[in-house]
Design a protein around this ligand. Structure first.
Ligand SMILES: Cc1cc2nc3c(=O)[nH]c(=O)nc-3n(C[C@H](O)[C@H](O)[C@H](O)COP(=O)(O)OP(=O)(O)OC[C@H]3O[C@@H](n4cnc5c(N)ncnc54)[C@H](O)[C@@H]3O)c2cc1C
Length: 326
């Protein structure tokens, strides 16, 4: 299948193609984290008519301050690495949509991806690389005050809380890392943990202990985030006694893990109990022609280099599938 570059679809200054609703692509990638972007490079180098649909460019990497375990870089910040990924992908003239969300996939020999703006894209294969997002607490005030005192990424947002009192929810590694980030800038940090102990690695807990402005409240859960225009406090309830009290804080960081972005293929693909898409060693899902890669899958260990490697595998599998179907 060829894309007609003379049809006015090519955007030379950006070096990518706009999606064309009448084209049946060879493969369309969902997600622009390391898995999706690596898959894009491999698809284009295989000569596939490929496209990529991205809600937020870079995925979790865009929310990471410093990376020290991605080969080729002793240290790189997340934004810089995402810029390099983007530059590499866009050199190939791939069909590209940023700021769009795939809301469902209709399966068949030609698959139809439906987007949140009502448009659709047709393709013979799909690579799902939609990664993970922060887990929500699901309490009153959380959604309304997100971005107005409710935050999920201390790496991104800790500096906005300089000199303020903040709460952190979660006693695992993310919670403790977040509390450490905040202790450096905030006036006071209150860590709320629903268990009677922290579950984070010892080294992190010890490091947190070096800060004198951190208080840990064990055996409590957050029941409500208070505030109208901005966060002014949180209500917490004792797991043991059920007693409720309020903490006066101007911010709350919710650090209770990540959930796979797999809701849009629920019922279509086999998933494990965590909602991750089950894949085999070649990134094939339970449906022919639909591949998945990276953090959204059942593959263990969620890291940039692993997601990238899985993205490469998914692309090669999609290319092989197309060859064998011709
Ligand atoms: C704070 C933090 C620090 C980290 N530090 C490191 C580190 O130092 N080293 C390391 O190796 N790993 C680190 N990780 C883990 C690493 O970032 C992830 O393993 C990796 O980003 C996973 O890549 P992915 O492409 O599978 O998914 P993601 O990075 O989650 O990307 C998913 C992509 O899919 C898009 N998307 C989701 N749903 C849809 C949809 N329906 N339609 C269209 N697009 C969609 C998203 O917008 C995004 O572009 C860190 C993670 C976090 C959160």
């Amino acid at each position: 299948m060829e894309i007609n570059l003379s049809a006015g679809l090519f955007t030379p200054e950006k070096n990518f193609l706009q999606f064309d609703e009448s084209t049946v692509y060879d493969t369309v990638i969902v997600g622009g984290g390391p898995a999706g972007l690596t898959a894009a490079v491999y698809c284009m180098r295989k000569g596939l008519a490929a496209g990529i649909i991205i809600k937020d460019m870079g995925g979790q990497v865009a929310e990471t301050a410093g990376i020290e375990n991605y080969l080729g870089f002793r240290y790189v910040n997340g934004a810089e690495l995402v810029d390099k990924f983007r530059e590499q992908v866009l050199q190939f003239g791939i069909a590209f949509r940023e700021g769009a969300t795939v809301t469902s996939i209709q399966d068949g020999s030609v698959k139809r991806l439906v987007l949140d703006d009502g448009t659709s894209v047709s393709t013979r294969t799909v690579i799902i690389a939609s990664g993970k997002s922060w887990r929500r607490l699901g309490v009153k005030g959380e959604r309304e005050l997100t971005g107005r005192g409710v935050a999920y990424c201390s790496t991104c947002d800790a500096p906005f809380f300089a000199g303020k009192d903040v709460a952190v929810v979660g006693g695992g590694n993310s919670g403790i890392e977040s509390a450490i980030d905040l202790a450096k800038v905030a006036s006071r940090v209150v860590l709320v943990q629903n268990l009677d102990s922290l579950t984070a690695d010892r080294i992190l807990v010890d490091r947190l202990g070096e800060y004198g402005n951190v208080e840990i409240i064990y055996g409590h859960g957050v029941t409500e985030i208070l505030g109208e225009e901005r966060v002014r406090g949180v209500s917490i309830r004792s797991v043991g006694t059920g007693e409720t009290r309020n903490l006066e804080v101007q911010g709350i960081f919710i650090e209770i893990g990540l959930v796979p972005n797999s809701g849009f293929v629920k019922g279509l693909l086999e998933m494990n109990e965590s909602g991750e898409i089950v894949v085999d060693s070649a990134c094939a899902t339970s449906r022919p022609g639909i591949f998945a890669a990276g953090d959204v899958t059942s593959v263990p260990f969620k890291q940039i280099i692993i997601a990238g490697g899985e993205g490469a595998k998914a692309a090669l599998s999609a290319a092989e599938y197309i060859l064998t179907q011709k």
